[in-house]
Design a protein around this ligand. Structure first.
Ligand SMILES: C[S@@+](CC[C@H](N)C(=O)[O-])C[C@H]1O[C@@H](n2cnc3c(N)ncnc32)[C@H](O)[C@@H]1O
Length: 184
């Protein structure tokens, strides 16, 4: 597999460098659970959020098929992360947008994503990572992309290091990746 040609492979390659069997991880948008499963196989504990019960059920089914028991599934918005997670976080992943093949009206949005991001950064371990994949081919996604980029650009560079990945020769608003790591 040519890893650079698939954004999901690029992020996983990077996640692998930030987690081990002791890590506490957040999947802020579990959807059908593919990323949750990937993370659960590599981390100590995963908190997985989604606002759709259908997504939580799909994730639960996938995890059970693989005998995974280290995931806390939460059917609630990731903007309430502080109500569910007490530990420091080593990795938080956001796969933004709507559920593929699901209801396109139910999508992440700028306001709740930024509230969640702020709370996650307050809990992020030193050398921890927040990784957001932005899908901006739909109207809410465009607003969300602008808001996340502005927020990331304004983070204190003495504390955070931000990396922004785009795919400039791909057609049709290809996804982008924003990564934020805590330096101290
Ligand atoms: C692109 S999908 C995630 C796909 C998932 N990573 C997978 O592997 O299948 C985005 C998900 O975010 C969920 N979502 C939207 N707003 C949310 C919120 N405020 N908190 C948590 N999840 C949310 C949607 O219900 C949808 O399932």
């Amino acid at each position: 597999m040519n890893v650079l040609t698939k954004n999901s492979e690029i992020v996983r390659m990077i996640w692998d460098r930030y987690i081990n069997e002791e890590s506490v991880v957040i999947d802020a948008t579990c959807g059908n659970g593919n990323d949750t499963l990937y993370l659960a196989l590599r981390a100590n504990k995963v908190y997985a959020f989604d606002i759709q019960q259908e997504a939580i059920d799909n994730t639960d089914k996938l995890l059970k098929e693989h005998d995974i028991e280290n995931v806390v599934l939460i059917c609630d918005s990731h903007e309430k992360i502080d109500e569910y997670v007490s530990e420091n976080i080593d990795l938080a992943v956001y796969n933004l947008g709507y559920l593929p093949k699901g209801n396109k009206e139910i999508t992440t949005n700028a306001e709740s994503t930024l509230i969640s991001l702020e709370k996650v950064l307050n809990k992020l371990s030193v050398s921890g990572l927040v990784c957001l994949t932005l899908y901006w081919g739909h109207p809410e996604g465009k607003l969300e992309r602008e808001a996340v980029l502005k927020y990331a650009e304004e983070l204190d560079s003495s504390i955070y290091h931000v990396v922004y990945v785009s795919f400039p020769n791909q057609k049709n608003t290809p996804p982008e990746i924003v990564m934020i790591t805590r330096k101290k």
